[in-house]
Ligand binder design. Structure first.
Ligand code: DX5
Ligand code: ZN
Length: 233
């Protein structure tokens, strides 16, 4: 077992949930063993889609105890960070291209009591990591282009994951803090093992989870299948 495989997390993305029953949906995935709720924020500017904001984060917050993982696909970033912290976000990640001052935004997220992370689109170079490793709690690699659920996993993400895993392990070996490695887009039962093997420890899954509801309305079946396939990786 690799050092990073002891704590692997599954983060259902509510982008594919039934928005008319969001409270029930987050409770159902939490009961099925979700480790985080992944909350996709899109602004029809940085990405070509429009989703949910701090008011919805605040509304779901009392329904679950597990951390809410806010993935900001918005530009600019800084204005909205305090609003999400107040709305109960535990983790806030953003795309470096969307912030004028990446170091400042990372520090601001932590100052508001949240874990901070950078998100890399499939074509975004990892050089953004070079000077901010000490300010990161999470690195999130997109395995699709951001904007929509239900897209196909981009295979080149696997080598990029290996490279980030190498950087994080080297950082830790030098005494650096813990940094999670999250992957987002097209994660399914049939590829989560290979993704885990490449070094991810936190797995976002939207359509794979919410598209596979159990007959009783819960998600224990698919969550169990994801966990089992991931452990095999
Ligand atoms: C895409 C979002 C993802 C999305 C993943 O821009 O960031 O979190 O919900 O959905 P699936 O798992 O269906 O690819
Ligand atoms: Zn996301």
């Amino acid at each position: 077992m690799n050092a990073h495989s002891s704590a692997r997390r599954i983060a259902p993305s509510i982008l594919s949930a039934d928005f008319a029953r969001l409270g029930e949906e987050v409770r159902a995935v939490a009961e099925a063993g979700a480790d985080l709720i992944h909350f996709d924020v899109m602004d029809n500017h940085y990405v070509p889609n429009l989703t949910i904001g701090p008011l919805v984060c605040e509304a779901i917050r009392p329904h679950v105890k597990i951390p809410v993982d806010v993935h900001l696909m918005v530009k600019p970033v800084d204005r909205i960070v305090p609003d999400f912290a107040r709305a109960g976000a535990n983790i806030i990640t953003f795309h470096p291209e969307a912030s004028e001052h990446v170091d400042r935004t990372l520090a601001m997220i932590r100052d508001h009591g949240c874990k901070a992370g950078l998100v890399f689109n499939p074509a975004t170079p990892l050089a953004w990591l070079d000077h901010v490793m000490d300010k990161l709690d999470i690195v999130l690699l997109m395995s699709v282009n951001p904007g929509f659920g239900g897209q196909k996993f981009i295979g080149s993400t696997l080598s990029k994951l290996r490279e980030v895993r190498r950087r994080i392990d080297a950082w830790r070996a030098r005494g650096g803090q813990e940094i999670w490695l999250e992957v987002d887009g097209g994660v399914k039962v049939d590829n989560i093992g290979a993704i885990a093997e490449a070094g991810a420890d936190t797995f976002v899954a939207g359509s794979a989870v919410f598209g596979a509801r159990d007959p009783d309305g819960g998600y224990r079946g698919v969550m169990g299948r994801l966990r089992q396939a991931k452990a095999a990786g």
